[in-house]
Unconditional design. Structure first.
Length: 128
RNA sequence: CAAGUAAAUCGCCUUAUCGCUCAAAUUUUAAUUUGGGAGGAAAGUCCGAACACCGUAGUGCAAUAUAGUGGUUAACGGCCACCAGUCGUGAGGCUAGGACAAGUGCAACAGAAAGUAUGUACAGGUAAUGCUGUAGUGAAACCAGGUAAACUCUAUAUGGUGCAAUGCUAUGUAAACCAGCGCCCAUUUGGUAAAGGCUGCACGCUUGAUGCUGGAGGGUAAGCAGCUAAAGUGUAUUGGUAACAGUGCACUCAGAUAAAUGAUAAGGGCUUUUUGUUUUUUAUGGAUUUUUUUAUAAAAAAUAAGACGUACAGAAUUCGGCUUAUAGAUUUGCUUGACCA
RNA sequence: GGCUCCAUAGUUCAAGGGAUAGAACAAAAGUUUCCUAAACUUUAGAUCCAAGUUCGAAUCUUGGUGGAGUCA
């Protein structure tokens, strides 16, 4: 699994996103909240991910774009650590809950924690 | 040199690694190579257009916008020039800058009186009188005025909706169901009918029974086109006071859609500031007969090191403007003041 | 992305261009009560921001800020 984040790996379908928000589960590590739902994909991608920043906390499009870019970058660089040996495919949506503009090292460390927590909860549900 | 004013321009850069997106080519169906990839405001959506669809026999009335004169333009409420007013010592800035000699309205408080006009004090004058002037109130007052970013009048202009327009493909489906008004049948009546259309309204015209209105509900929210070569950009030159227009040459310069244009590391610019060193100038004091030497303080310049900062802001159909936000830097014209020659 | 609308006390609403900007509920203090509630008395509190027109602006005009709705 290469460290890429191309068009195919983005979560784009409005239908899927609606389903994700309605039926998905979530784990959160401040300032992130990860929603996930296991769904099959037709084009053979193991994970589709989207990011979102609230307009309530960041009025300017520049700030929102900056945070989304940081989040995508952190996801791209770290996803190989956690997803190389998963069997089912997932749809993800990562929400930014904070109110301040973050720096990249902060985003990266918290993102790692978030996905560590996610893989723990996945294995727990499997065992049960 | 300082302060100001007007106009114009720029608005971080380089390298490495890892990525994103579009186009073309090559293999071939997911990779490789090459090339391109945010702004002066991309913002606000305030004007004006292009483009697309809907509508369009006609007449009248509304409604909205603009407002000195001339020019410019595809068009404009923009821009340019001039006139007038106003602010500023000045360079210059600002102006919704037609009409109250058609009609209607409005003017709190104060004041005799704000319109059906009226009469206080003082002075002047007369045969006599608010007949005349001044004071007092007020934003406005002795005879008529003020107010149109009050209605209005005058002149000019204007169909509506916006790329989530619109067309095609895919999926689903429903000329279904409920309520009301009609049609139909009987009586009367035989049309001058319910209702709709002419996208503000009326007249008028017209459609009109598998009809019209409302309710409740079903499906898709995927893909393609629209979509990026144009009132285009740069430059030279000609005409014009200028806005702008003509001609020649060169160039092709974003097209995403939970929405690309980024992340990390290193180095360098720029601004402000702190500290150290050196040099120059000025002031004060000490030593000295003088030359000279030295201490302290201030200012300027150069250099080294460190710290902080490096704005506003992200294309969404496309253009022309306007408005608003913006760290800082540069250039040019002009004005005022100070000093020197 | 386009279009449309709104903004007045803590809340819900008023107010013909004339100023002490009003009412109800809520809040605070007091009276009453053994205490609370109710009742009564009193108090404080606002025109989203900035310019312009006007003698005078919550009201008219322009620009900004914030909020809401709607369209495939």
């Amino acid at each position: 699994m290469p460290a890429t984040y191309s068009k195919k790996e983005k979560l784009k379908s409005k239908k899927l996103i609606d389903a994700l928000f309605e039926n998905g589960q979530s784990v959160s590590v401040f300032p992130f909240r990860l929603m996930y739902l296991s769904t099959p994909f037709e084009d053979g991608v193991m994970a589709k991910t989207g990011v979102s920043v609230s307009k309530r906390h960041f009025k300017n499009a520049v700030d929102r774009n900056r945070i989304k870019r940081l989040m995508r970058e952190a996801y791209r660089l770290n996803k190989t650590l956690y997803f190389n040996n998963i069997s089912t495919s997932y749809a993800f949506m990562i929400l930014y809950m904070g109110k301040d503009k973050p720096t990249f090292p902060y985003v990266e460390t918290r993102m790692k924690l978030l996905f560590g927590k996610f893989s723990n909860s996945i294995s727990e549900t499997k065992n049960n």
